[in-house]
Design a protein around this ligand. Structure first.
Ligand code: PNS
Length: 161
């Protein structure tokens, strides 16, 4: 069984993430979407909220498992019996960080490979950070995220004001 881990902050998930996820599902038997709990970034949405939104996105697909992890990604992947990590790659600007992370992870755990998939070019400019910025300024983000994410963004930002 070909199993792959798709890790990230998913704060919040975007159409770009979902595009990569759909592509992975076509190739792998099981895709474990893993929300990182101990990222250095301060998330807008809690661990539970990010997991819940991903579960809504994945609800009709038995090939997708939504999970979470704390600590090292490679240790988590190995515990889940997965030897491949999936990362989405958008533009050249992602490359350096991803390159560093993939090689560091390989150094930590040589049996785990990282593969990259490109989202559709129509999403290649999307980032969770920019979507949060647009939402925080009252902009419409429905072209970038599913409706249930847009609604949660709006509610979260209104609560902050
Ligand atoms: O969506 P992001 O924020 O780009 O995802 C980054 C993430 C969560 C995949 C990365 O920070 C990570 O793997 N964190 C877990 C801790 C870890 O294993 N660090 C060493 C990686 S070099």
């Amino acid at each position: 069984m070909k199993k792959i881990i798709y890790p990230g902050s998913f704060d919040p998930l975007t159409f770009g993430h979902l595009d990569v996820l759909e592509r992975a599902v076509k190739i792998f038997d099981k895709v474990i979407v893993a929300v990182a709990g101990n990222s250095e970034k301060t998330p807008l949405f809690s661990f539970e909220e990010r997991i819940e939104m991903l579960r809504i996105a994945a609800k009709d697909n038995p090939k997708i498992e939504v999970d979470s992890f704390n600590g090292l990604l490679v240790e988590y992947a190995s515990k889940k019996g997965a030897s491949v990590i999936l990362r989405g790659l958008r533009a050249l600007s992602d490359f350096e960080y991803e390159f560093q992370m993939a090689l560091t992870n390989r150094k930590l755990y040589e049996n785990i490979e990282t593969i990259f998939m490109m989202p559709s070019e129509s999403y290649s400019y999307l980032s969770s950070r920019m979507i949060k910025e647009i939402a925080s300024m009252g902009g419409d983000v429905r072209d970038f995220v599913p409706d249930y994410v847009a609604a949660r963004l709006k509610a979260r930002i209104q609560n902050r004001k």
